[in-house]
Design a protein around this ligand. Structure first.
Ligand SMILES: [Zn+2]
Ligand SMILES: [Zn+2]
Length: 158
């Protein structure tokens, strides 16, 4: 499958096994804040609470691995759009939009996330939330995840 963090309509979209999987399995580490952000989104998409927990800086966590897993698994994530990442020395920001469905409504969560590099490992710390938007998606519309399928055959399974 195309990695959940990738733009599905792009011709150079990478497969999960060539993108976030090795990070989720602990075989490689994210090389940048944006890579970590993408792998965290993919972990949310796949319900991998432990990865989300482990990559959230210990000083900023709110909940247990079980809480993170429950939150990830109960959300119908749809698409990630990275708007820009700003590289500072050891403290980067990534500006992104993450989309998820609740029934037939597409929610857009817009966040500017902060990341910190510690002992050669990137961690998410916290984020500044931008105003959320909600859009109703009709069953016959193209699915916003860019799969090319109608929403009713894809993320809008209600
Ligand atoms: Zn990925
Ligand atoms: Zn979809």
């Amino acid at each position: 499958m195309i990695c959940p963090c990738q733009d599905k309509s792009a011709t150079n979209a990478r497969l999960y096994e060539d993108c976030c999987e090795s990070k989720h399995k602990g075989l490689t580490k994210a090389q940048s804040a944006e890579e970590l952000m993408r792998s965290r989104y993919s972990a949310f998409f796949l319900g991998l609470g432990k990865y989300i927990f482990d990559t959230h800086h210990a000083d900023f966590r709110n909940g247990t691995v079980e809480d993170y897993t429950a939150s990830a698994q109960s959300t119908n994530w749809c698409r990630l759009e990275v708007l820009e990442s700003e590289q500072l020395e050891s403290n980067d920001k990534v500006n992104f939009k993450a989309y998820f469905f609740e029934k037939d409504k597409l929610h857009c969560m817009h966040e500017i996330s902060n990341f910190v590099l510690e002992a050669n490992q990137w961690f998410y710390t916290d984020g500044e939330y931008q105003p959320k938007t909600v859009e109703k998606i009709a069953r016959n519309d193209q699915c916003p995840c860019q799969s090319g399928l109608k929403a009713k055959k894809c993320h809008l399974l209600i």
